[in-house]
Design a protein around this ligand. Structure first.
Ligand code: HEM
Length: 428
């Protein structure tokens, strides 16, 4: 849906990446997701770096169609053959950092942390580890931007998250939707006081609504056998019991709304005044703060105004889940550690990365000081040093190759000492 709004538009190439360099004029007509007029010029030997979420682009100049492949390609401009290597990553790291700052501002203004987390989870949670091909395997690939997937019953209300993010997507067109959704989710967790998530980026977007997964891959909140159902769904994603429990802890944020999922009260004492749009039923009293209160609250079940879904209750009913849930209820550090790892894993499910290893947008941690690192590692003396030592040896009558045969001063001192002893003995 969002993409169809933007189709048949053109972009400013200068917005794509500051590393682009051009010298004659051409027009870039992207196949999707961009909108501003573009003037593109290419110098014959330019080396271009472009960070585009687009699967393929067509360059038009003087009615001549120029083709650009996904990663590295040659671009021809008229008879002037401009051979230009273009390296495309799925997202531009600098733009991702810019988008992260804008997401932080957005969160401060509309308190949309919970819905951003849910958006990221629902894009990734369609992954099926038994399907090898991208994008049929589902997962974090940006497919949730299409109307057909937003209309899946499990995704009710998530169109609002997309609306919040769309202006950021337009400002940072060099960020893929798949990355933007996961960036928004991880940023929301961190901004709500949760752990730092070890994220990587470079997710490639699916390019058409036909590539969306079929409905029914996400979990139900009230199935007949909740623990079995959770295992069916999360094991299909390749996740473990510990990860199921840790990830469920994301319900420490947000609310359920009867008009969306059908679960929860229309409002409670914790939600009737917002912040954000009022209403719904939260799992915790402070539902914009990421901590371990979800586990404490669903264990105690003492407050009628707090929600416990059948799948939440299963975390303390099932013996294997319970081990982790009990631990997280008393040990927030353990929860944060496991949550951060599980969230990062979830965010990568099914993704195709470009570059294949992905990349981080967190500045490198300064290296630990290691004294030995600063040694040249040489064990041999330099020639200069050998000469110096030789000169010193020779000054006292020796050489480095030949030890001094005797020490005359020492011999004289010993001789005097012996003489003095003998003299004193004879005197006595
Ligand atoms: C374990 C299976 C899960 C089930 C059955 C489930 C079900 C639900 C339901 C019914 C809602 C209410 C939606 C609404 O009415 O707007 C909800 C909200 C939410 N879910 Fe889950 N969920 C599950 C797992 C997860 C996971 C793994 C995450 C994140 C890692 C997550 C994050 C959220 C968040 C943050 C909200 C609040 C959204 C808001 O306030 O707008 N959920 N979930």
């Amino acid at each position: 849906m969002a993409e169809s709004l933007l189709r048949s538009t053109t972009i400013s190439i200068s917005k794509m990446s500051s590393s682009l360099c051009f010298s004659s004029s051409a027009t870039l007509l992207p196949s999707s997701s961009t909108r501003r007029p573009t003037s593109l010029s290419l110098s014959p030997t330019s080396s271009l770096k472009c960070f585009r979420p687009l699967p393929s682009l067509s360059f038009h100049q003087n009615n001549q169609i120029l083709h650009q492949g996904r990663r590295t390609s040659l671009v021809r401009v008229n008879s002037n053959v401009a051979r230009t290597a273009i390296t495309c990553f799925a997202s531009d790291p600098a733009q991702l950092k810019g988008a992260r700052e804008d997401i932080k501002e957005l969160l401060k203004s509309n308190f949309s942390h919970p819905i951003m987390v849910r958006l990221g989870w629902h894009d990734a949670g369609t992954y099926n580890k038994n399907i090898a091909e991208f994008p049929q395997r589902g997962g974090a690939n940006g497919s949730l931007r299409y109307e057909i997937e937003l209309k899946h019953a499990a995704n009710a209300g998530l169109v609002n998250a997309l609306k919040f993010l769309q202006p950021i997507k337009e400002k940072y067109s060099g960020v893929s939707y798949a990355d933007l959704f996961q960036l928004a989710s991880a940023t929301a967790i961190e901004e709500a006081g949760g752990p730092k998530i070890p994220m990587k980026y470079g997710r490639v977007d699916v390019s058409a609504p036909e590539q969306c997964p079929e409905e029914g891959r996400l979990p139900d909140a009230g199935p007949p056998s909740p623990a079995d159902h959770l295992r069916d769904v999360f094991y299909r994603m390749g996740l473990s019991d510990k990860e199921i429990v840790a990830l469920s802890g994301a319900h420490t944020l947000g609310r359920s709304r009867p008009d969306r999922s059908g679960w929860g009260k229309p409002e409670t004492k914790y939600t009737k005044h917002g912040p954000g749009a009022p209403g719904g039923q939260s799992w915790t009293a402070q539902w914009l703060k990421f901590d371990n209160s979800y586990f404490k609250d669903i264990k105690e079940r003492r407050d009628e105004d707090l929600l416990v879904l059948p799948t939440d209750a299963a975390l303390f009913d099932d013996p294997s889940f319970k081990v982790h849930a009990e631990k997280y209820a008393v040990d927030q550090d353990a929860f944060f550690k496991d949550y951060a790892e599980a969230h990062a894993k979830l965010s990568n499910l099914g993704s195709k990365f470009d570059p294949p290893e992905g990349f981080s947008i967190d500045d490198a941690v300064p290296e630990k000081f290691v004294a030995a690192k600063y040694s040249s590692g040489k064990r041999e003396l330099s020639e200069e040093m050998k000469k110096k030592i030789r000169a010193e040896y020779q000054a006292v009558g020796g050489s480095p190759d030949k030890p001094l045969t005797s020490n005359y001063f020492l011999n004289i001192i010993i001789f005097i000492a012996v003489l003095a002893i003998l003299t004193s003995l004879l005197g006595n």
